[in-house]
Write a protein that binds this ligand. Structure first.
Ligand code: MN
Length: 128
């Protein structure tokens, strides 16, 4: 069974780009365009990896990560999360990691790097 990747991102162009890239790699792709619907989708569909934009229209990505990590659902506490954000400001990576993200990437999205990181996270979660 192929892995399911959830991308929480308000920018439609990025959603489309990453959807194509993930489907080309054989993953199931689901997308949400704000933080709260992303959290709901994570609860309902138990994705294997979550890609998370930080600047979202409702709650920000840091808050999404904190809510995942404090969820009552064990799979959401441990699901790998890759933060992807445009404002590569000093301290953003640290903030994302402190909020519970596993990996931080800055935009523009490098698809080869994204594939590699998703694959690595899937493999490390299979070992456990
Ligand atoms: Mn955004």
């Amino acid at each position: 069974m192929s892995a399911t990747i959830l991308y929480i991102e308000d920018n439609s162009d990025n959603l489309t780009l990453v959807k194509r890239a993930m489907e080309a790699a054989g993953y199931n792709f689901i997308g949400a365009q704000d933080g709260l619907s992303g959290l709901k989708m994570a609860e309902d569909q138990a994705p294997d990896v979550i890609l998370l934009d930080i600047n979202l229209p409702d709650i920000d990505g840091y808050e999404v990560a904190r809510r995942l990590r404090s969820s009552s659902k064990p799979n959401l506490i441990y699901v790998p999360v890759i933060a992807i954000t445009a404002n590569a400001m000093r301290g953003d990576a640290e903030k994302a990691l402190a909020a519970g993200c596993d990996v931080y990437m800055s935009k523009p999205i490098n698809i080869r790097e994204l594939w590699a990181r998703v694959e690595a996270l899937l493999q490390s979660s299979e070992i456990t």
